[in-house]
Design a protein around this ligand. Structure first.
Ligand code: SF4
Ligand code: SF4
Length: 301
């Protein structure tokens, strides 16, 4: 049977996800549960409903068509009982104002290839290509490997943006088809990493170390999150770690609130509801600490 993937977004003319002009393909599903995630709709590895309360006119059309009684109108609000939902998406079709939308499209490798090849002329002119992001692109193991192989067979430049949380065997098999690797290091301490992402970091660090030793072209990214990894003592831990595994370059990504509306649309609690966007200047001391330790640091990515 042909391998199929679930894609939740395709972003054209991207200039921040690798060299040149790129198409970034966002694959659905992530094994981590980062509390600050900017794409919370990417976490579930299946298609799902997104409800936008401010668009909803509370007409009840969706409630009427749901065969599983998974939707109710309570005190003027639409309530989803996710455990009852069979993902038939009759409700989204019935909604007259598109307040209910389906996240995730199912496609084959060849269908996705046709899509990304539409901008091939721009990749060629600019030295760009295709970036796989997520979610976690390495979660859809077979699909991602097959797609990367196909892109390389077409002579395209490939980049992946990954949490690094994958089995070392699979990670190593993927690198053969990856020109540029962007890999996160969310916290140098495993217990802290697990507290805010639900997974420890040993596997991530093993993959990071392997990629660096293999001479993989790569950038390590640190999403800088308030009260989690933004303190100077954590930067010192990062520096010790990176020196030990010969990481020479990091990108510091300031915390932002772009995910806020999506957490609300999914009806999920969001820990950073009251935090402000981090200004780039706030990361200058962290950047200076890395650079004093001989690790090149850039704010933003
Ligand atoms: S997707 Fe189907 S089962 Fe789920 S809430 Fe909508 S109509 Fe009901
Ligand atoms: S059909 Fe659309 S507008 Fe009507 S209650 Fe459902 S989500 Fe709201």
């Amino acid at each position: 049977m042909e391998t199929k993937g679930i894609v939740f977004n395709i972003q054209r003319f991207s200039i921040h996800d690798g060299p040149g002009i790129r198409t970034t393909v966002f694959l659905k599903g992530c094994p981590l549960n980062c509390r600050w995630c900017a794409n919370p709709e990417s976490k579930a590895p299946h298609r799902e409903l997104l409800h936008t309360e401010k668009t909803c006119v509370h007409c009840g059309s969706c409630v009427a068509v749901c065969p599983n009684h998974a939707l109710t109108l309570e005190e003027g609000r639409l309530v989803q009982k996710r455990e009852k939902c069979a993902q038939c998406f009759a409700c989204a079709k019935a909604c007259p104002v598109h307040a209910l939308q389906v996240e995730g499209d199912v496609c084959t490798v060849e269908e996705l290839l046709v899509e990304v090849k539409k901008d091939e002329a721009f990749y060629k002119k600019s030295g760009g290509g295709v970036t796989l992001s997520g979610g976690e692109p390495l979660l859809q193991r077979e699909f991602t490997l097959a797609f990367l192989k196909r892109l390389k067979a077409e002579g395209m430049h490939t980049t992946i943006e990954t949490t690094g949380f994958a089995s070392p065997e699979y990670f190593r098999s993927i690198l053969e088809y990856v020109d540029m690797l962007y890999i996160d290091c969310k916290h140098p301490d495993s217990a802290e990493h697990e507290r805010m992402t639900d997974v420890p970091n040993e596997r991530v660090l093993e993959n990071l170390e392997y990629a660096a030793a293999a001479g993989q072209e790569m950038v390590v990214r640190i999403p800088v999150i308030p009260h989690f990894n933004d303190a100077p003592e954590v930067t010192r831990q990062y520096i010790d770690l990176f020196r030990s595994i010969h990481i020479k370059q990091v990108h510091l990504l300031p915390f932002h609130q772009l995910g806020l509306a999506k957490w609300r649309a999914l009806g999920q609690p969001y820990l950073f509801e009251n935090e402000q966007n981090m200004k780039k200047e706030m990361l200058l001391p962290m950047k200076a600490m890395f650079e004093a330790a001989g690790i090149q640091a850039q704010i933003g990515g």
